[in-house]
Write a protein that binds this ligand. Structure first.
Ligand code: HEM
Length: 454
């Protein structure tokens, strides 16, 4: 491309980013007016709900990318972890940059991880240390990539199909399907079913909420989460002792951990196994369910995409079906931001007009939702497209701490949704029942759909 053409293409792209910012502002004003004249709850609660919805967040990020891509605030938005202020980062390249600079931007979760285990840290709370390498390496030997196709996907596909088949035309998606499949996977694959499916769902949900979402440090929630953690620890301690006392030939994660203990691998004493298992299971249930429900919710809002996904499900085109699911999730990912703390005074986007100086100890919010709508990286960002390259997506982190379960997610989420999407005339139940109801939690608790069984 000639220099002149490049110049005009760059100018046009910048202009479109600017116009998206104006459009975002118009959407926010419309949301404010709707909140003023709407009914149900106070104006403030209606407005908060609109601004924190996926649409509201995307509008805010459109404005930020256009007018202030990197913002430094002296306000502390996160109380759960020590910090001195907040930095919001919204451009694709800058989000990736923050998540790749472990020396400058550290994970903060250690204090709460250590509350959960009542002792040691778990690898998501560790910096790039020998312990991090030891624990991730051990757990990669126990949770193997090969298992995704041989164990995880077939198990999830079978269970999801059975759960959908048991329903006659009406389903509460989180309660009847998306929470149940990952909870049952913990039993079949990890070897830790818990006292009951319901109990595992409740414990992992509370612990996940405490670690990653309780940004305001709510004392009542914290007490409930730590109580859940204590019960979960006792259960896992007993499960480990029980398996040692009554060995089984199951090829599951717990047995593999015990085999590694017998072989004398460092970090695999009973406590090490328990703490690693607790860290993994926290990530597995509420996230998977939330991703599946939010992807489905976005598909239901787009009749063409829904028809495409249903066609792919009905013709067993798993690769195509997964593309629909993950493109839908791009519009409302499980986590819209990933946070890190600056270990020292440093700079984001140096030598650019959007360069900002980040004070030491600032909490840096790397907005992956925003990054996935950055026109400088993503073609036609507001379009629903199933031909996007994989590197357009930041759905489960990036860099050193990118999701341990990423390969599992790619198979598990579509496998859970596919049997439901195969049903004819799939639609939302009438009224609020057909919409995601989070029941004052950060996770979908109900969403009723109707269908004609195939
Ligand atoms: C849709 C489902 C999931 C989502 C959206 C998700 C999201 C994430 C994100 C955003 C991170 C990075 C956190 C950060 O950098 O601060 C992460 C890390 C992690 N996830 Fe997931 N996750 C999912 C499923 C799972 C599953 C199924 C497992 C367990 C098998 C799991 C285990 C982990 C672990 C252990 C880490 C830490 C990795 C490390 O520190 O190296 N996640 N996940």
């Amino acid at each position: 491309m000639s220099a002149i053409k490049s110049f005009f293409v760059a100018l046009w792209t910048q202009l479109r980013i600017f116009m998206s910012g104006i459009a975002g502002l118009a959407r926010l004003i419309a949301m404010a007016i709707e909140s003023l004249i709407g009914s149900g709850g106070s104006i403030r609660s209606r407005l908060t709900a609109r601004l924190t919805s996926a649409d509201g967040q995307r509008a805010i990020f459109d404005i930020a990318r256009a007018f202030a891509p990197n913002v430094v605030l002296s306000t502390k938005l996160i109380a759960a972890y020590d910090n001195s202020g907040t930095v919001l980062v919204t451009r694709f390249d800058d989000v990736k940059d923050v998540l790749s600079r472990d020396q400058d931007f550290e994970v903060v979760y250690a204090p709460r991880m250590m509350q959960i285990t009542a002792g040691r840290n778990f690898f998501l709370g560790m910096q790039d240390t020998p312990d991090y390498t030891r624990d991730t390496t051990n757990m990669r030997l126990a949770v193997r990539r090969d298992d995704v196709l041989t164990i995880v996907k077939p198990f999830a596909a079978k269970r999801a199909a059975e759960l959908v088949e048991a329903k006659t035309g009406r389903i509460d998606v989180p309660q009847d399907l998306t929470l149940r499949v990952p909870a049952q996977l913990l039993g079949a694959y990890f070897g830790t079913p818990g006292p009951s499916e319901r109990q595992m769902i409740e414990w992992t949900t509370l612990m996940f909420w405490y670690l990653f979402i309780d940004l305001g440090a709510d004392t009542e929630l914290d007490a409930r989460a730590l109580d859940a953690a204590a019960q979960c620890r006792s259960y896992l301690d007993a499960a480990i002792q029980d398996r040692k006392a009554h060995p089984s030939s199951n090829d599951d994660v717990l047995n593999r951990c015990l085999a590694m203990q017998q072989a004398g691998l460092p970090g695999m004493d009973d406590l090490g196994i328990r703490d690693n298992l607790i860290g993994l299971i926290i990530g597995a249930i509420p996230t998977t369910s939330k991703a599946a429900v939010q992807a489905l919710d976005q598909l239901l809002d787009r009749p063409d995409a829904l028809a495409g996904a249903q066609g792919a499900a009905q013709s067993d085109d798993d690769e195509l079906f997964a593309r629909y699911a993950f493109e839908a999730l791009r519009f409302n990912p499980v986590n819209p931001v990933i946070y890190r703390r600056a270990t020292r005074k440093t700079v984001i986007a140096p030598h650019t007009l959007r360069s900002v100086e980040v004070p030491q100890s600032s909490m840096v919010l790397a907005a992956n939702l925003s990054a996935m709508f950055d026109r400088l990286k993503i073609d036609d960002p507001n379009g629903f497209r199933i031909d996007r390259p994989a590197d357009n997506y930041i759905l489960w982190g990036d860099g050193l701490h990118a999701c341990f379960g990423a390969h599992i997610n790619r198979a598990l989420i579509p496998a859970i949704l596919k049997p439901l999407l195969r049903q004819r005339k799939l639609r939302r139940a009438a009224g609020p029942a057909g919409r995601i109801d989070s029941d004052n939690t950060p996770f979908p608790v109900h969403m009723w759909l109707e269908f004609e069984a195939v």
